[in-house]
Write a protein that binds this ligand. Structure first.
Ligand SMILES: [Zn+2]
Length: 279
């Protein structure tokens, strides 16, 4: 049986929509001019090329509408269009509760009519707590449809982010109130909340660590019991904001844990959540 490699965290960052503050930050680690770089990478073909170079079979493509932090990058509808006819690209919706009067109805429509396979929630960029009761109908829809809800957790360097909303502890209410809902902690509470994220993952079977933005070679320092957690750990690269998809895959393959655990982290766990075939 071959376990697929899945990157659970891929962005589309059109330079005419991504705020200059974010582009200036990216320019500190992208070796070429960042505008043309992002323009070049904002096509399905470029994403698939990067996946091929990195040995990645499937990629989760994330919608994001963040008008006060990063930009109105790509809507859920545009993300579905981006992934059309590309079975290796898996579209996730983004719901910004300040841009709609009906978050739950929107998600239901995106799933039923457009075929989105998950939803990304961005509390630090949109300014609300994950356990905000206004979003409970949205979570009920995600649970009912059997799609993962993925949350930015942990720190961010983007202007106007409010880090307090990134504390994964607020997701504990959701783990209890929506026991069938898959809750993915993007960035695993990076910075000062990795212990909180790991605690929730050990305590609740519906909570998952997603490791985008964490240097994979440091994972065992953050999570000494990574081997035991592997059924609830998911690889993501945050590409192209973090342009290291290929290196990240290799660094996970080099981790001193069992081959079985590495395969789960690189895609086995995500394949189970997304209902993807194991070849
Ligand atoms: Zn990201």
């Amino acid at each position: 049986m071959t376990v697929p490699v899945i990157d659970f965290h891929i962005h589309i960052l059109p330079p005419d929509r991504l705020y200059a503050s974010v582009q200036n930050w990216m320019q500190t680690f992208v070796s070429e001019p960042v505008g043309p770089y992002l323009e070049r990478l904002s096509t399905p073909e470029a994403v698939l090329d990067m996946m091929d170079e990195s040995g990645v079979d499937y990629g989760v493509v994330l919608a994001e509408l963040s008008p006060i932090t990063a930009g109105m990058l790509i809507s859920s509808e545009e993300t579905v269009e981006f992934c059309r006819d590309q079975p290796r690209l898996i579209p996730f919706a983004n719901i910004n509760p300040y841009l709609t009067t009906d978050p739950a109805g929107d998600l239901k429509r995106y799933v039923d009519e457009l075929g989105v396979r998950g939803v990304k929630i961005l509390p630090t960029y949109h300014h609300f707590y994950p356990n905000d009761r206004r979003l409970y109908p949205l979570y009920a829809v995600a649970q009912d449809k059997g799609i993962p809800a993925m949350f930015h957790t942990g720190s961010s360097v983007f202007q106007n982010s409010r880090t307090k909303y990134g504390d994964p502890l607020f997701i504990e209410d959701l783990a209890i109130d929506f026991p069938e809902l898959v809750l993915v902690l993007s960035h695993s509470g990076r910075g000062f909340w990795t212990d909180t994220a790991a605690h929730l993952t050990r305590t609740y079977t519906n909570v998952y660590l997603e490791i985008a933005g964490l240097p994979p070679q440091n994972l065992l320092r953050y999570f000494p019991d990574l081997e035991d957690l592997a059924d609830q750990v998911i690889f993501g690269s945050d590409w192209p904001s973090q342009p290291f998809m290929q290196r990240n895959v290799k660094d996970i393959q080099d981790l001193p844990i069992s081959q079985e655990a590495r395969a789960k982290i690189l895609g086995g766990t995500a394949a189970r959540l997304l209902g993807l075939p194991m070849n």
